[in-house]
Design a protein around this ligand. Structure first.
Ligand SMILES: NC(=O)c1ccc[n+]([C@@H]2O[C@H](COP(=O)([O-])OP(=O)(O)OC[C@H]3O[C@@H](n4cnc5c(N)ncnc54)[C@H](OP(=O)(O)O)[C@@H]3O)[C@@H](O)[C@H]2O)c1
Length: 303
């Protein structure tokens, strides 16, 4: 099977491309990041340019497309809203239309942040209420994908893992501070249910294999504050938990508004008979990959 993965230099796209390269014929789209010696085919493209999505899909002729490309830095989206709209909202709709035209299944990655976080426990039937440019543009992306191609699969996720820069995920943020003996803030009033990125990547391929379509929440089963997440990681690695300072997100001076409780209901995913690794398993896998230097191998792909 030939799989086109956009955002193949990003946290999710790179982990997924590297993991699946020995099973599938992976074509990874990158834009500004330069990679070398990766075990998959590289495609260089700015997917927001007119006609580029169609050109890439025509040239690669994939059996399935996974769209991980995005402006995923929440505060960056507040600074560059038009750019955020192009990549997070318009581009996914164009990919979906093109996939519909060629009858290619498409999986689009969205976010838990489409909700305002006032209640938590959100199902796919709950009405989103985005609180930031990032969340608004991601919601518009979902809507454009599902209207351009009703057979597409849209998943709302949250995840952590090792990235090319070493700086993309919350787990890396805690890990680096704690290893350096530096104090770090942990939000006590932001709740989420993250999956380890490799567990998420496995689940995505199972969902494709099952031929699922429509909207799904794909996160972990346990809810945890960002503060407790950091403490769990510290404890498992025998690092100094007291370096994590309990803080309120409202005191952090962040540009974009954050939703307090983004715990998502995953009953629909479980009804599709999909196994969800626990947060403990996710943290163990993150630590095991750190110990076996998965992150170092990953950094070596950056040219
Ligand atoms: N990280 C999280 O915790 C989280 C949580 C919820 C949802 N999500 C969603 O998960 C998905 C993946 O996020 P991530 O954290 O893996 O993202 P990321 O690490 O920020 O990577 C973003 C990717 O998008 C690519 N990209 C950006 N603009 C592009 C353009 N104009 N043309 C082509 N490619 C472009 C980047 O390519 P270059 O680097 O080569 O420019 C990069 O590969 C996104 O849809 C995000 O909204 C992420």
């Amino acid at each position: 099977m030939r799989v086109l993965i956009t955002g193949a230099s990003g946290l999710l796209g790179l982990n997924a491309s590297l993991m699946q390269a020995s099973h599938f014929d992976i074509y990874g789209v990158v834009h500004q990041t330069h990679l070398r010696d990766v075990p998959f085919q590289l495609v260089h493209a700015d997917l927001t340019q007119d006609g580029i999505v169609e050109k890439v899909i025509d040239q690669v002729a994939p059996d399935v497309v996974i769209n991980c490309a995005a402006m995923a830095q929440v505060d960056q989206c507040e600074l560059f809203p038009e750019e955020a709209r192009r990549i997070n909202a318009w581009m996914p709709g164009i990919v979906a239309g093109c996939c519909d035209h060629h009858r290619i299944p498409m999986l689009h990655i969205s976010t838990d942040a489409v909700f305002d976080g006032k209640k938590g426990g959100y199902t796919e039937a709950d009405i989103p209420h985005p609180q930031s440019v990032y969340a608004q543009t991601k919601l518009e992306g979902e809507e454009r994908v599902l209207s351009a191609n009703p057979r597409s699969l849209v998943v709302r996720v949250n995840f952590f893992g090792h990235s090319l820069s070493g700086e993309r995920s919350l787990a890396e943020f805690f890990l680096h501070h704690l290893l350096n003996g530096a104090q770090v803030n942990g939000f006590v009033d932001v709740i989420f249910s993250p999956l380890y990125v490799k567990h998420l990547a496995d689940i995505l391929f199972v969902m494709i294999d099952k031929g699922l379509h429509g909207l799904y929440h794909v996160v972990g089963e346990e809810k945890v504050s960002k503060y407790d997440f950091g403490r769990m990681l510290a404890k498992k690695m025998s690092l100094d938990e007291s370096l994590i300072i309990p803080t309120s997100v409202s005191d952090a001076g962040l540009k974009a508004k954050r939703s307090p409780n983004l715990f998502l209901d995953i009953s629909k995913l479980k009804a599709a008979d999909i196994e969800i690794p626990s947060l403990q398993q996710g943290l163990d896998a993150f630590i095991a990959d750190f110990q076996t230097k998965w992150h170092v191998a990953m950094h070596a792909y950056q040219s």
